[in-house]
Design a binder for this molecule. Structure first.
Ligand SMILES: Nc1ncnc2c1ncn2[C@@H]1O[C@H](COP(=O)(O)OP(=O)(O)OP(=O)(O)O)[C@@H](O)[C@H]1O
Length: 340
């Protein structure tokens, strides 16, 4: 059974339209005018226990709004959600016992007390059995290196220390599912790497389901095995990252080692409409080709018709470029809707 299930999930915000000045305020008071922003529209999500899912999309696509609805912070305008079989808004108290949340821009830590006391407070709120608490705290502290700053107040922590403590708090009560909204935002490379390792390990060892939003491509690639892309409030892709790359990255590059001169080869086949020779030398050539129009075998056959192919290699699709295009709205993947 799915641990996260959302059907026809929608959220429409009402924004007040006010003219400037006192007259505008009065006018709004007498006859308020609102515009509607459809932040999330008919979203369907079904996530099985133990999955690691990246929820990505350009700024304003509706990621945070979705997470806020899934965690019970916001009431949906329409649709249904079940997290661990519960409605996160209606059964909010019960649901938080089995769920963890980290918002990269906010903290769960109490600002003026030592970090260690935030942990004991949460232990009491969640009623974690003493032995389990001790075990979990030692484990999380070890994995995230919390020891050196457990005695400091949250206000004295660096951003990286604060985020590590926040992550440990989110996992302290053995939640079955954890939502992470930009967990690595603003952190340096070493801390980001440590957090990614932590997430992979906790997913592997404890089977915790993770849904994360991130603009960091390494987070997506390293931690998640599934990608859900939202754009203008609508899911435009839900499936394996690799499957999407296979479908969407049209252009492949093949590097050939030839028994003959690559420059002659380039002259002969360079006019082919579905390929471009991007480099050629005495015994080599590199070709960019449209993989929907030509197969690797077609290229080899073409090359063999002008000389002899000694060896070849095909470059992997460029994940960075691909996701960047998705974020910048340059790639239309709407035809790939649905799980791959
Ligand atoms: N409280 C709010 N009131 C009105 N409109 C809102 C509110 N929160 C978000 N919006 C609007 O809803 C849309 C989706 O916003 P949301 O924050 O969910 O996007 P996002 O994908 O998380 O963006 P980002 O990557 O920039 O964090 C945007 O148009 C945003 O301006």
């Amino acid at each position: 059974m799915a641990i996260i299930e959302a059907t026809a999930l929608s959220k429409t915000y009402q924004n007040a339209v006010k003219e400037a000045g006192l007259a505008g305020a009065l006018k709004h008071f007498i006859k308020p005018v609102f515009t509607e922003i459809k932040a999330v529209s008919e979203v369907r999500l079904s996530i099985e226990p133990g999955e690691t899912v990246a929820y990505v999309g350009p700024n304003g696509a509706g990621k945070s709004t979705t997470i806020k609805m899934l965690t019970g912070i916001l009431k949906p305008s329409g649709g249904q959600i079940r997290i661990n079989g519960m409605d996160p808004y209606r059964d909010r108290l019960e649901n938080t016992k089995r769920m963890g949340v980290v918002f990269g821009q906010r903290t769960q830590l109490w600002w003026d007390i030592p970090v260690s006391e935030s942990f004991t407070l949460l232990r009491d709120i969640y009623a974690i059995p003493p032995n389990r608490y001790k075990e979990n705290l030692a484990w999380l502290s070890d994995m995230l290196g919390l020891g050196p700053f457990m005695g400091s107040s949250a206000r004295k922590l660096s951003l990286g220390q604060r985020m590590r403590a926040d992550l440990a708090l989110a996992f302290l009560h053995d939640p079955a599912v954890v939502f992470l909204d930009e967990p690595t935002i603003g952190l340096d490379v070493a801390v980001r790497e440590r957090i990614r390792e932590f997430l992979k390990q906790i997913n592997r060892e404890r089977g915790t389901t993770i849904l994360l939003t991130s603009h960091d491509l390494d987070d997506i690639r390293d931690v998640c095995d599934r990608l859900v892309v939202i754009d203008r409030g609508t899911i435009i892709y839900d499936g394996k990252l690799q499957a999407l790359l296979d479908q969407c990255v049209r252009c492949r590059t093949m590097h050939l080692r030839l028994a003959s001169d690559g420059r002659d080869f380039a002259k002969k086949i360079g006019k082919h409409p579905d390929l471009e020779v991007i480099a050629s030398g005495p015994c080599e050539a590199s070709i960019e080709f449209d993989r929907f129009a030509l197969s690797a075998k077609d290229i080899i056959n073409l090359a063999n018709s002008t000389g002899e192919v000694v060896d070849f290699r095909i470059d992997e699709p460029d994940i960075e470029r691909f996701i960047k295009n998705v974020y910048e709205g340059k790639l239309d993947i709407s035809e790939n809707r649905g799980r791959a």
